[in-house]
Design a protein around this ligand. Structure first.
Ligand SMILES: [Zn+2]
Ligand SMILES: [Zn+2]
Ligand SMILES: [Zn+2]
Length: 311
């Protein structure tokens, strides 16, 4: 029996009107394949061959899987990841390699939005590691997600041995008194933080997104109020780094800004653009600078951990 790419061809007539329909839809009909329901087509756009159902060709527009993969790869590159292939288990999901090397399974639709800059993408493995090192700075070991299933809580073990659940946002800012030994973190930390600020569209301006890298001597939990943002602004806390003193935090922050402004002047948002939209106009960056800002904070965190002998 003749074969096509090791798949048996199906002996049977290939009707001229099938060829005509295939041509009209952008394909050459190569052969019948497998059984009486399947055809082998060649895409006229990319020359790739693939199998489709006769029914699909006659009633619908077959999708060339090679062209589809090329489109998905291009979107993935724009989103900062590389496309590995569709998720075999879940329809509408693909597998992507993140810059950190981990493989992420995400909806294609989400990657589209990341590519357009409408949302961010975070590697859960790296994120869990980062949460663990943040907790270590306050004397807690991150054990995992909270057994209650509440997404904002994690389970931690204090250095006294006591295990308790703590809201991740509280741990981030070091606000975590231990119910076992009654002690919190004694030092008065200051914080470097990285926020993503969303400003909704107004009559004369489309929706905007900015990054703010800042320093504070207090947990910045009431972001809107403390940063003087409009009521309808949304703030996402991307990173918080507790520093042993305000002096250290302030120095690290200013050194970071100097480096960033020198290396990426185009990513610094001019104050004039922010006038009227928010009170904070300094140290605001374009969303595309996120990987650079993350790397900057990673570097500062690594220095802190090296100094304190933690990790
Ligand atoms: Zn194609
Ligand atoms: Zn990762
Ligand atoms: Zn304790």
């Amino acid at each position: 029996m003749p074969t096509l790419n090791h798949t048996p061809a199906f002996p049977g007539p290939v009707h001229a009107h099938w060829r005509a329909v295939a041509a009209a839809k952008g394909f050459d009909l190569i052969a019948r394949i497998h059984d009486r329901f399947h055809l082998q087509l060649r895409c006229r756009h990319c020359s790739g061959a693939f199998t489709t159902k006769l029914f699909t060709l006659m009633r619908h527009q077959p999708l060339c899987p090679h062209c589809l993969a090329a489109r998905r790869s291009a979107v993935a590159v724009a989103a900062g990841v590389s496309f590995l292939g569709p998720d075999p288990d879940r329809r509408g999901y693909g597998r992507f390699r993140a810059p950190c090397g981990h493989v992420l399974t995400r909806q294609f639709e989400l990657i589209d939005r990341v590519a357009k800059g409408q949302t961010g993408l975070r590697c859960e493995t790296c994120h869990a590691e980062r949460e663990a090192s943040e907790a270590r700075r306050f004397g807690w070991e991150r054990l995992g997600h909270c057994p209650s299933g509440q997404p904002n809580y994690r389970l931690y073990r204090h250095h006294c041995g006591h295990v308790q659940r703590i809201a991740q946002a509280n741990m981030l800012w070091g606000q975590c008194d231990c119910a076992g030994c009654g002690r919190g973190w004694n030092a008065k930390p200051s914080f470097l933080y990285l926020f993503r600020i969303f400003l909704p569209a107004t009559t004369d301006c489309p929706a905007r997104q900015y990054l703010k890298l800042g320093y504070s001597a207090h947990p910045v939990k009431r972001h809107r109020h403390q940063l003087g943002l409009p009521r309808d602004a949304q703030v996402e806390v991307l990173r918080v780094l507790a520093m042993a003193s305000g002096h250290l935090a302030c120095r690290a922050e200013q050194a970071a800004h100097r480096r960033l402004i020198r290396a990426h002047p185009e990513a610094v948002v001019p104050a004039a653009e922010l006038a009227g939209a928010m009170n904070v106009v300094r140290e605001i960056y374009r969303p595309g600078l996120l990987p650079v800002l993350e790397a900057e904070l990673d570097r500062i965190a690594a220095e802190l951990d090296a100094k304190s002998g933690c990790m």
